[in-house]
Design a protein around this ligand. Structure first.
Ligand code: GDP
Ligand code: MG
Length: 291
């Protein structure tokens, strides 16, 4: 796969501003995509968050395989992380998240109580692009949300949103960087839409996605793109993408397949959960979890 150029200057800047913000908070709420929790994380985080209480939300769990969600929750819980399956587009999940964060923050709340001071927990949402950070903050903050946020780099103060009598949330999330030095994990980050499509070869990514889905959920894939079953070389990304183009009738003059259009369709439909609920990673062997 071609190298994905994702660590330019703005990530260095993001890291610096994250380090500043971390000084202000007690609890880090880390949001990962349930379909690729490994790719959403990075060994750097251990050092970065070492003095913080930590909560993890396995978000977009509605788009992943139920068995995989359970396996990942067990895995992270086994590492001592406060974790739950989550769907941040779903408003009714809000109270569960608040309860989880307050429970994880109990040691800090107790410290305040013991000193006789009334102070609230301060939490910050972090995650790589597109995992659902803004959706989560908006749902949690609801209608009481402050309309105007501080502009990064311009104002030093932060906006805080009161979530409960015990909890305040920073209204801007911290941006993290996924695990791009591992080609398999980098691929997963591309699948879930955390790398801007305009800086990568979408035909290559969509072709690779089709090959992976063909192993994870062949039935669902064949159901969605009928003419894929005629493809013989199923490990060849280009051949699979042409199969999709044929299935949808994306044929240009001269009988050439419009693979670019097919690539957009595959990525859009996958990300919208229209192909299948799958997880690309497994806690057991770093491989795949079956649906
Ligand atoms: N199906 C599903 N979609 C979600 C969920 N959370 C967020 N999204 C969608 O994912 C996209 C990215 O969300 P956003 O909050 O902007 O991510 P951010 O970049 O981390 O702030 C949006 O289209 C959301 O509607 C979820 O739990 N389930
Ligand atoms: Mg956002």
């Amino acid at each position: 796969m071609q190298t994905i150029n994702w660590y330019p200057g703005h990530m260095t800047k993001a890291r610096r501003s994250l380090e500043e913000d971390l000084k202000l908070i007690d609890v880090v709420v880390e949001i990962v995509d349930a379909r690729a929790p490994l790719a959403c994380r990075n060994p750097d985080f251990e050092k970065l968050f070492r003095n913080k209480l930590r909560v993890m939300l396995l978000n977009k769990s509605d788009l992943s395989a139920p068995a995989a969600n359970k396996a990942w929750v067990r895995h992270f819980a086994g590492e001592g992380i406060s974790v739950m399956e989550y769907v941040s587009v779903n408003s009714s999940a809000r109270k569960n998240a608040v309860a989880l964060i307050e429970k994880a923050g109990e040691p800090v709340l107790k410290k305040y109580r013991d000193k006789g001071v009334s102070k609230t927990l301060r939490a910050m949402v972090v995650g790589i692009p597109n995992v659902g950070k803004s959706t989560f903050i908006n749902k949690l903050a609801g209608v009481t949300r402050a309309q105007v946020g501080d502009r990064p780099g311009v104002t030093r103060g932060k906006q805080w949103v009161k979530i409960s009598p015990y909890l305040e949330l920073m209204d801007t999330p911290g941006l993290l960087w996924g695990k791009l030095d591992d080609q398999t994990l980098a691929k997963h980050i591309a699948y879930i839409g955390s790398i801007r499509d305009d800086i990568m070869d979408i035909e290559e990514i969509a072709g690779l996605l089709l090959c992976d889905l063909d192993k994870l959920c062949p039935g669902a894939l064949a159901e969605r793109y009928k003419k894929l079953s005629a493809v013989e070389d199923r490990d060849l990304p280009e051949a699979m993408l042409e199969g999709v183009a044929r299935s949808r009738g994306f044929i240009l003059s001269g009988g050439v397949c419009d693979t670019e259009r097919a690539a957009r369709i595959v990525l859009d439909e996958f990300r919208a959960g229209k192909i299948a609920k799958v997880c690309f990673e497994s806690p057991e062997e770093g491989g795949n979890v079956d649906a």
